[in-house]
Design a protein around this ligand. Structure first.
Ligand SMILES: Cc1ncc(COP(=O)(O)O)c(C=O)c1O
Length: 436
């Protein structure tokens, strides 16, 4: 094993973070090659910097005016240079401060510094490398973002174990706990302790559901109880749609805030980012942050180094212009106000959907699943036929929706202006009636 990896593993040794790492995770380290030498040169090379593969003219990255002219307010360095592999340090700190502001329960808890990744997908994918090996299980509610399948099953040959998302009109707490217990009955860490891994995505894609205050507290209580019983737990919070909570009694923080430092047997990882939160889908900008009971600053840094090494190995680093633009926005007074306006615009659409569904009667055997947040809502068709319905909507009415496993129809009301929401749902209900 590389001596740098060995050093990191020694720092981590005795912690659940070390115990949960996959063989890949154990092997990983941040190399002292070009990246580290270039960072040293940034500080000490006061004459010439001939380290990285980047062209310079008059101490600025050499660049083409035809490209630069489409941006304003960013220097050539902010636009064209490489960002450090773990991300722009200013942005990392700022995102960490924002996380604390958005999640007051984090106060007094320790976490790693958010590390920049090129979008949430990359973050989840890199975590799958660090923590999953062939045959490992990942517990997911049965309504989940389909890309988890490609990431965990396709790339890692891990096994997704599903439990029903809903129990009645709420989150299926017993189902989640039972699935974790079943997985822990056979899953073993390298130290032969029971282990289980869970991914939670709220606001959820595809249902648009987020837990109530009581459900959130109960999810956390049950996870901590399992950790207390000795199960080594990895919980990934996929917070892609964070902040879009539309109802009063919805839990409005990330579960990461409650779970970070909750127990030494519990490692929680927050994957979030600007993609949906800041409406910059194509920028490819996400963050990964660790929280673990009893972890020291040195251990968090060791995890950041392993994660940084995995980023370096996969994509080298994330988009510099995207990071510079987000940092500028976060430092601009109008940013919060504009974000609030965007939130209200989406909430109005949500409210319109709710109102329409309250007024309409759906054909027998079809129901709208509970939803209270995010971009989506979904219909469940007891007898199946969601794919037929999707095709009918598309080919006869020119309306695009997503069918899932022929049982669910996902509607992204986020993608349709308020004045067309009524028409959209009238058409959907009419198509359902024609097929009934
Ligand atoms: C639940 C969930 N997680 C992650 C992502 C991916 O985010 P990104 O575009 O930043 O990779 C999506 C995008 O659709 C999503 O719905």
């Amino acid at each position: 094993m590389n001596p740098l990896a060995r050093e990191l593993n020694e720092t981590l040794s005795g912690s659940v973070m070390h115990e949960l790492l996959s063989p890949y995770g154990r092997r990983f380290y941040f190399p002292k090659g070009i990246i580290t030498q270039a960072a040293e040169a940034k500080e000490h090379a006061h004459r010439f910097d001939a380290t990285v593969g980047l062209a310079v003219k008059n101490r600025e990255p050499l660049h083409l005016q035809e490209i630069a002219s489409h941006f304003s307010g960013l220097s050539a360095g902010e636009l064209f240079s490489y960002a450090p592999t773990p991300g722009d340090p200013k942005l990392r700190n700022r995102w960490g401060d924002e996380m604390l502001r958005k999640n007051p329960s984090l106060k007094g808890r320790t976490t790693s510094l958010p590390l920049v990744v090129p979008g949430l997908t990359a973050g989840i994918s890199i975590l799958s490398d660090l923590f999953f090996d062939v045959g490992d299980e990942l517990i997911v509610p049965d309504m989940f973002w389909g890309n988890y399948r490609l990431i965990f099953e396709g790339r890692k040959q891990a096994a997704l174990k599903r439990f029903p998302f809903f129990y009645g009109d709420g989150f299926n707490l017993n189902g989640m706990e039972q699935a974790l217990r079943e997985s822990a009955a056979t899953g073993r860490t390298s130290e032969n302790n029971p282990k289980a891994a869970l991914v939670l995505n709220f606001p959820n894609n595809p249902t648009g559901y987020s837990p109530t205050e009581q459900e959130a507290a109960e999810i956390c209580r049950r996870l901590v109880a399992l950790a207390e019983e000795g199960v080594r737990l990895l919980v990934i919070c996929d917070d892609a749609y964070f902040g879009l909570f539309y109802e009063e009694n919805t839990y409005t923080q990330s579960l990461f805030a409650e779970l970070a430092n909750a127990h030494p047997n519990l490692l929680v990882v927050k994957v979030d980012g600007a993609t949906k939160e800041d409406f910059v889908w194509g920028f490819r900008l996400g963050f990964v942050t660790f929280g673990c009971g009893g972890a020291s600053a040195a251990q968090y840094q060791a995890m950041e180094k392993k994660l940084g090494g995995a980023v370096r190995a996969a994509v080298s680093n994330s988009s510099r212009p995207a990071q510079s633009l987000l940092l500028k926005a976060l430092e601009t007074p109008g940013y919060e106000q504009e974000k609030q306006a965007a939130f209200e615009l989406l909430r109005e659409r949500y409210r319109a959907v709710r109102r329409i569904l309250e007024e309409r009667t759906l054909p027998e055997g079809i129901r709208a699943l509970p939803f209270n947040s995010g971009y989506f809502m979904a219909f469940e068709l007891d007898g199946g036929g969601a794919e037929n319905l999707r095709r009918k909507l598309l080919h006869e009415r020119g309306i695009g929706t997503i069918s899932i496993e022929d049982r669910y129809l996902r509607v992204a009301f986020s993608g349709v202006d308020l004045e067309h929401i009524e028409e959209l749902y009238s058409e959907i209900v009419a198509a359902m009636e024609e097929l009934a």
